[in-house]
Design a protein around this ligand. Structure first.
Ligand SMILES: NC(=O)c1ccc[n+]([C@@H]2O[C@H](COP(=O)([O-])OP(=O)(O)OC[C@H]3O[C@@H](n4cnc5c(N)ncnc54)[C@H](O)[C@@H]3O)[C@@H](O)[C@H]2O)c1
Ligand SMILES: O=P(O)(O)OC[C@@H](O)[C@@H](O)[C@H](O)[C@H](O)CO
Length: 385
């Protein structure tokens, strides 16, 4: 069985590629990073190290790679001949890989038209695969779309494993936390699909993706933004400071109240999920930069993402959202080298001020109580600096 995985980065190699390989797939990574692609082709395997006391090394074998910039036809051909396609490129990159997938589907219709295909976006977003489908369908004509409706499915997914930036001599080595969770919406899949070991197939994904995004990622970016304001460079350092950890707990109590009310999670079970998450953040065997965890602040401040969505849902239910608003305010101070979203955010902030910036990027408008709460926090955080 063949899988094509777009994005041979941290989560691609450290999580998705690993599980696919363990389930008997030959994995072909598609990436634009020539060094990583060349090394994967040359060696056909790479090491994944679990960040625990034992530091167990798992060797992922049976892999190869293609560069979608210099080998676009081969990448499309790989999609045409595959049994499964997955991605972990970043949600904003999905539109850039859609062309290769669309070309692959056209080739598939010519030579492999009957075989069903699942395409799963493993990104931190609600409806990531559905978003990818829209980008791909925009490039297909009516006849191709009708064929794809019967033959290609884009089940949404939630993926969870903390994989920090990697700085090793070996460009393929990847250190990952032991914990992982990968949930896939089986209601969007064709019957009789080959199960990937370790994947949790669920009938309704929403509780899983919201619990993950609004706990792990909401808490994570709160630790990054408030942590950086306190002068910390890593999540592990930041979480040792009660000012940061205490804020993260209060944020997770707010998003947790929404999750419990909406999805019926039992309070004690959800609290246990929060405690596990906090322990994962603090894992002393990992070094996770706040610059990675806070990256792309405009995406993180956007309406459907980890801050505004739980805050809006809390507001609509008459629940608290003040600490979520404080994280939004802290996001306006976030700095990271080479992050175009930081540059855009700072340029808007300098030109138009915090109220306009919060109103624009949260999509809530200036008068919204959440924006007004974030603005009050922004002013207070400004004075404290
Ligand atoms: N790292 C984590 O802890 C983690 C955990 C869960 C989910 N995620 C999600 O997984 C996705 C990837 O995150 P990551 O941390 O692995 O990032 P990463 O930067 O390590 O990996 C992204 C990879 O995509 C490649 N890429 C960029 N443009 C491409 C293109 N046009 N075609 C093919 N490949 C391209 C990059 O070269 C890179 O290798 C993101 O959506 C992220 O939110 C990350
Ligand atoms: O990848 P992002 O930018 O959406 O979020 C940064 C981190 O919170 C994220 O990568 C987590 O490490 C991951 O989602 C854990 O499963």
């Amino acid at each position: 069985m063949k899988a094509v995985h777009f994005g041979a980065g941290n989560i691609g190699r450290g999580f998705i590629g690993l599980l696919l390989s363990r389930s008997g797939y030959e994995v072909c990574f598609v990436d634009v990073n020539d060094r990583v692609v060349s090394e994967l082709k040359r060696r056909g395997e790479y090491p994944v190290i679990l960040a625990s006391e034992q530091r167990e090394t798992l060797t992922v074998t049976g892999v190869t790679a293609l560069n979608s910039m210099s080998e676009p036809e081969a990448a499309a051909r790989a999609v045409a001949d595959s049994d499964l396609v997955t991605t972990a490129v970043g949600v904003s990159i999905l539109k850039h890989i859609a062309g290769t997938i669309a070309e692959g589907l056209k080739l598939r219709k010519q030579g492999n038209a009957e075989a069903k295909l699942h395409i799963i976006a493993c990104e931190n977003a609600i409806g990531g695969s559905s978003q990818l489908k829209e980008h791909v369908y925009a490039l297909l004509d009516e006849e191709m779309r009708r064929w794809a409706d019967q033959t290609v499915a884009f089940p949404d997914a939630a993926v969870d494993r903390i994989v920090p930036l990697q700085q090793h001599e070996d460009p393929l080595q990847v250190v990952v936390e032991p914990f992982y969770e990968w949930a896939v919406d089986q209601s969007q899949m064709f019957a009789g699909f080959h199960k990937v070991e370790g994947v949790h197939y669920v009938d309704r994904l929403e509780p899983y993706i919201e619990r993950k995004l609004f706990t792990v990622n909401t808490g994570h970016c709160s630790a990054a933004y408030i942590g950086q304001l306190q002068g910390y460079a890593t999540i592990q350092e930041a979480m040792k400071d009660e000012k940061v950890a205490g804020h993260v707990r209060l944020v997770l109590a707010e998003s947790g109240a929404v999750l419990i009310a909406k999805h019926g999670f039992k309070e004690a079970e959800h609290q246990a999920y929060i405690e596990t998450t906090l322990q994962r953040f603090a894992n002393p065997a990992l070094t996770d930069e706040v610059s990675r965890v806070g990256r792309s602040p405009l995406r993180k401040l956007s309406p459907g993402d980890r801050l505004v969505s739980p805050a809006t849902q809390a507001y609509e239910r008459g629940l608290g959202y003040d600490y979520l608003a404080r994280t939004m305010a802290a996001a306006l101070f976030f700095t990271a080298a080479d992050d175009v979203e930081v540059e855009e955010l700072q340029a808007h902030l300098r030109g138009a001020g915090p109220e306009s910036t919060l109103a624009k990027y949260t999509g809530l408008g200036a008068d919204h109580p959440i924006v007004q709460a974030a603005l009050r926090h922004y002013e207070e955080l400004s004075k404290a600096r």
